[in-house]
Design a protein around this ligand. Sequence first.
Ligand code: 8YV
Length: 326
Amino acid sequence: MKPSIVLYKKISADLLKRLEQHYSVVQFNGITAENRTQVYEALEQAEGLIGSGGPINKELIDHAPRLRAVSTASAGFDSFDVAELSRRGIPLLNAPAALTDTVADLVFSLVLAASRRVVELSNRTKAGEWDGNAPADWFGLDVHHKTLGIVGMGRIGLAVAQRANLGFDMPILYNARSQHAEAEERFGARKCSLDTLLAESDFVVVILPLSDQTFHIIGKEQFAKMKSTGILISAGRGPVIDEQALIEALKDGTIYAAGLDVYEKEPMAKDSGLLKLDNVVTLPHIGSATAQTRYDMDALAVENLITALSGETNEFVVNAKDLKKS
Ligand code: 8YV
């Protein structure tokens, strides 16, 4: 008999077939208040769990006594109880490698859109406001040769540095726990303190995962340290930024503009203060949202699950160190 797994997202037919070659698959479209009882029932037998994001909490894990591996088709894993999985010796695998360039492309579209006021001026043009030469109060800020600071130098940070440095001749600063030799060698990136990065960067690109350490790491104090012409880009996890402080900073001119793909609450409230500001570009968390990349993320998650359930490991096990300890 094939081992049983729970799949809690829609995936393409060929990927489902690949899973079915190995496992008996019980599929759900997300985990919701309506289907939770059925999901818990299916989990009683499941040796594997695969989907995208969570919450995959202790309550859910407790319903899965036979679970041996969890695989998520996402880079982020903040909605998983990793400590509980580790305690039970269960590897959690994520899929960051599949989305790096796609998210970096989107970050760059935010850099360009926020500085050159692309969305605001497109809206004004559509509203019939273009009467002659663009007036001086429609002018934006240059991108090329400006300094770009990256907070969180991971895979995506490196791909942003590549675009900025090779494409737009931008000097790169970065703040990260450890030195990134490749970013330094290939793109001349310079590691510095967060305060120096905030003070010297024209663009502050925040691509941090969410954890207790990163929650609200950028708030009122940090905005005050940025240039008044500075632009904040956020495309990792929303709660890393104190959104209320950001709204104030955008309103009172502490900073020039922001380009956002992620928020403290998603979807954001329909009356969010962000939606009333011209100097913010607001995207609906689409960093990885191209058809190809979403397929690639699913495909990597499928391979990751197969790898883990066959007792092997790879670079995508996020709790590898903790598993060794337990
Ligand atoms: C997606 C993401 O929104 O990978 C992540 O962590 O935030 C995004 O790529 C997510 O995977 C939901 O599909």
